[in-house]
Design a protein around this ligand. Structure first.
Ligand code: NDP
Length: 313
């Protein structure tokens, strides 16, 4: 197995990883960035991003990520389409195995592995995965043109997905477990004004049905109350938009995580419980989860790593 040494290894792409790479490269740390299984991260599966500063007309998620990547490459960051498969944080330099075939010895590490969409945990989600079940409207919405779909969730993601799908589908159900949407006011207004979207408040999904592909969902309204009601809706697609799980399995047991699995950082720095290891972006952020916040924390992580390397040369 070949061995490469680096002052700074960035694990994970997305706004945090690419921004860390820009700063680390400009600080002459010659960073290596492993892009991981979803190069560019979650924003590559989204539509238009309207709230990233500097784009007054909005920007496509993939374009935004390509721009950040190109900026990191301009300063000669070593960006690799590869994945960390094992890490050993017990000694410095830290040992990271890449695609089970290469070893990188890193004086500092920035973890920016992001978060992944959550599922309800129904057996039927697995049964119909790719056969009507999806957690990415932008990726799969095209298949549901002029058809009927459901989106689960009441946050900004769910509203965004419902609006996107309403542009393609005949009808969109938004299945919300509470009696209100938690999404921002502007997104709520857009959803409410869209005649193709029907919001089903106080509803939970009990299962899905269909011969080979999804043909409908079993729902329960007002579960556990005297008004409890079970009914079915006919749908062709079932989209999950109920939040995310931080991608920290690789580091479990080696670094302090909170009860939800997010990496604990010594705020306001990005230092983790392991000196020399820093965390940036959604993997350490259960609160804001915004691209611009992730980019900002990527900058902080690179500055923290630079200082750490100076003090521990
Ligand atoms: P959120 O955590 O904000 O919302 C998750 C939603 O899913 C909530 O309505 C929640 O219900 C519901 N939910 C969770 N678990 C279940 C379950 N088991 N069954 C049914 N419903 C469930 O996640 P989002 O992904 O929507 O947003 C994350 C962050 O990203 C937020 O800060 C959001 O503002 C931001 N964001 C911003 C966007 C933008 O500005 N363009 C676009 C997308 C996201 P409940 O309310 O009952 O807990």
């Amino acid at each position: 197995m070949s061995v490469t040494n680096t002052k700074c290894l960035i694990i994970g792409s997305g706004p945090a990883g690419y921004t860390a790479a820009i700063y680390a490269a400009r600080a002459n740390l010659s960073p290596i960035l492993l892009e991981g299984p979803t190069p560019g991260g979650q924003l590559t599966t989204t539509t238009e991003v309207e709230n990233f500063p500097g784009y007054p007309e909005g920007v496509d998620g993939p374009k935004l990520m390509n721009d950040l990547r190109a900026q990191a490459l301009r300063f000669e960051a070593d960006i690799r389409m590869a994945r960390a498969t094992e890490v050993d944080l017990s000694n410095r330099p830290f040992k990271v195995t890449v695609d089970n075939s290469e070893t990188i010895m890193a004086d500092s590490i920035i973890i920016s592995t992001g978060a992944t969409a959550r599922y309800l945990g129904l057996d039927d989600e697995q049964k119909y995965m790719g056969m009507g079940v999806s957690a990415c409207a932008t990726c799969d919405g095209f298949f549901y043109r002029k058809r009927t779909v459901a989106v689960v969730g009441g946050g900004d993601t769910a509203c965004e997905e419902a609006l996107y799908l309403a542009g393609l589908a005949e009808k969109v159900y938004l299945i919300v477990r509470k009696d209100y949407l938690r999404a921002s006011k502007v997104m709520q207004d857009r959803v409410r004004k869209n005649s193709k979207i029907q919001i089903l408040f106080n509803c939970n999904t009990e299962g899905l049905f269909g011969e080979e592909v999804v043909e409908g969902a079993h729902l329960v309204e007002n579960a556990g109350t005297p008004q409890e009601d079970h009914f079915d809706i006919k749908i062709d697609g079932f989209f999950l938009a109920i939040g995310h799980k931080p991608n920290t399995d690789l580091f479990a047991g080696q670094i302090d995580l909170d009860e939800a699995g997010y990496i604990k950082v010594q705020s306001p720095s990005t230092a983790t419980s392991v000196p020399g290891v820093f965390a940036a972006g959604d993997v350490a952020d259960p609160h804001y989860r915004q691209a611009v916040v992730a980019a900002g924390s990527g900058c902080r992580a690179a500055l923290d790593a630079e200082r750490f390397l100076l003090e521990n040369a």
